[in-house]
Design a protein around this ligand. Structure first.
Ligand SMILES: C=CC1=C(C)c2cc3[nH]c(cc4nc(cc5[nH]c(cc1n2)c(C)c5CCC(=O)O)C(CCC(=O)O)=C4C)c(C)c3C=C
Ligand SMILES: [Fe+2]
Ligand SMILES: [Fe+2]
Length: 351
C-alpha cells in the first residue's frame, strides 16, 4: 500500500504544511439554500450575474436583472423548488445526489490509492469551489483534478467552473497543480451506461413509448453562432445513443428545454415538441435527460411535471420521465471512467 505523506516531522519554526495527496473535486451547477424569496433571490442573482451565462450588455442586463427578474422570478421558482425539495435533508436534490456521487467515487478509488481525497462543490451557492479547493490544499493535495459534471461542454457551464477555480488559485501561495476533466459527450462508457439505464427504465414501464425525446438543457442560439460546441456535443450524444439503441430518427428525437428570456434558443424546443406530438396523435411518450448528471429542477419539475401536463392535456395518455444517471451503478461507472482516465500518471496504477 502507498504511504500517505506525514505532516508531523517538521523542525521547530517550520510551518506545519501537509503534502503528498491528490484531490478530485466534482463540481455541479448549484442550487438555492432554501425555497423562500430571499434564498431564491440570492441564488438567482449569483447565477444570472455570471457573464458566461448571460451574454448581454452588462449595464442593460444589470437593470433587467435587478428591476424585473429578481423581483418576479424568486417567488414562483421557489414554489417549483418546493415540489422537488429533499425534505429529509432540507436541500435541493442536485446537492443530495452530487454528495452521494462524491462519496461513492471516494469509496471506489481511495481503496486503490489512499493518497486520493474526493470532495464536491457547487459553481453557484454552497459549498463554493474556492472553499473546497482550499480545504483540499490544506489536507495536502499538491495535485487536483476538477471534474465539471457536464457531459457536454458549454461556456455557460464547464468554462465558468474553470473561471471560478482559477480565481481561487490566484489567491494561493502554494498552488496545487490542476487538471480539468474534459467533457465526455461521446465517451463509449457514457453512451453505453446512459443507454443501459434507459433500456432498464423502459423495460419497467407498463407501456411502450411511441416516441422517446432526448431532452438537453438549451442555450441561446447565438452562443452556437459564436462558436460554442455545446449544440454539436448534444447532437453527437443523441446520435450515438440512437445508433446504440437501434432506433429510427422518428422514434428517438433530440430536443432542447429550459428556455429563459426572449431570445431564440436552440431548437427544437422540448415543450413545443411534446405539445405537437400529443396533438398529432402520439399517445405514449418518454423523455430522457442525458445532459444532466443529476436530477434537479429542470428534470424533475420541468420534465416530470410541466411537460407531463402538456402531453396529457393535449391528448397524450402515457408519459414517463426517465431518471438521470445520478449515483446509480451506471452513473458511477461513467464518473469513475472519466476520473480514472484523467488521473492517469497521478494515481497508482492497478497492476
Ligand atoms: C440564460 C440562462 C441560462 C443558461 C444559458 C443556462 C444554461 C445551462 N443550465 C444548465 C443546467 C441547469 N440549469 C438549472 C437551472 C436554471 N438554469 C437557468 C438559466 C440558464 N441556464 C436558471 C435561471 C435556472 C434556475 C431555475 C430557474 O429559475 O429557472 C439547473 C437546475 C438547478 C437545480 O437547483 O435544480 C441545472 C442543472 C446547463 C447544463 C446549461 C447549459 C448547457
Ligand atoms: Fe440552466
Ligand atoms: Fe452543431
Amino acid at each position: 500500500m502507498l504511504k500517505i505523506a506525514d505532516t508531523t516531522h517538521f523542525p521547530p519554526g517550520h510551518p506545519q504544511v501537509a503534502f503528498g495527496r491528490i484531490g478530485v473535486l466534482l463540481v455541479n451547477l448549484g442550487t438555492p439554500e432554501a425555497t423562500d424569496y430571499w434564498s431564491m433571490r440570492r441564488y438567482l442573482k449569483e447565477f444570472l450575474s455570471d457573464p458566461r451565462v448571460i451574454e448581454v450588455n452588462r449595464v442593460v442586463w444589470w437593470l433587467v436583472l435587478n428591476l424585473i427578474v429578481l423581483t418576479k422570478r424568486p417567488g414562483p421558482k421557489g414554489k417549483d423548488y418546493d415540489t422537488i425539495w429533499n425534505k429529509a435533508l432540507d436541500e435541493g436534490p442536485l446537492k443530495t445526489i452530487t454528495r452521494a456521487q462524491a462519496e461513492k467515487l471516494a469509496a471506489a478509488i481511495t481503496r486503490e490509492d489512499p493518497r486520493l481525497i474526493v470532495d464536491w462543490a457547487m459553481r453557484y451557492g454552497k459549498p463554493p469551489i474556492a472553499e473546497r479547493l482550499e480545504a483540499l490544499q490544506k489536507q495536502g493535495c499538491e495535485r487536483i483534478l476538477i471534474v465539471p459534471l457536464y457531459p457536454q461542454y458549454a461556456a455557460a457551464t464547464t468554462a465558468t467552473v474553470c473561471d471560478k477555480a482559477f480565481d481561487a488559485l490566484k489567491t494561493m501561495r502554494w498552488q496545487p497543480i490542476v487538471r480539468i476533466a474534459p467533457p465526455w459527450h461521446d465517451d463509449p462508457a457514457y453512451i453505453e451506461n446512459v443507454c443501459i439505464s434507459l433500456e432498464a427504465h423502459l423495460a419497467r414501464l407498463d407501456f411502450e413509448p411511441e416516441v422517446i425525446l432526448a431532452s438537453f438543457h438549451g442555450v441561446p442560439k447565438s452562443y452556437l453562432e459564436k462558436g460554442d460546441p455545446y449544440h454539436c456535443h448534444c447532437m453527437k450524444t443523441g446520435r450515438l445513443m440512437r445508433e446504440r439503441l437501434e432506433m429510427s430518427p422518428e422514434r428517438f428525437r433530440i430536443t432542447f428545454q429550459s428556455r429563459f428570456g426572449t431570445e431564440e434558443w436552440l431548437q427544437p424546443y422540448t415543450d413545443k415538441t411534446v405539445e405537437a406530438l400529443a396533438k398529432s396523435g402520439v399517445k405514449r411518450l418518454a423523455i430522457v435527460n442525458p445532459g444532466f448528471t443529476a436530477d434537479c429542477l429542470e428534470t424533475l419539475e420541468e420534465i416530470g411535471g410541466e411537460n407531463r401536463e402538456i402531453f396529457l392535456h393535449n391528448g397524450g395518455e402515457k408519459f414517463a420521465a426517465i431518471p438521470c444517471l445520478n449515483d446509480t451503478e451506471e452513473g458511477m461507472r461513467v464518473i469513475e471512467t472519466v476520473v480514472r482516465r484523467e488521473l492517469s500518471g497521478w494515481m497508482a496504477s492497478r497492476t
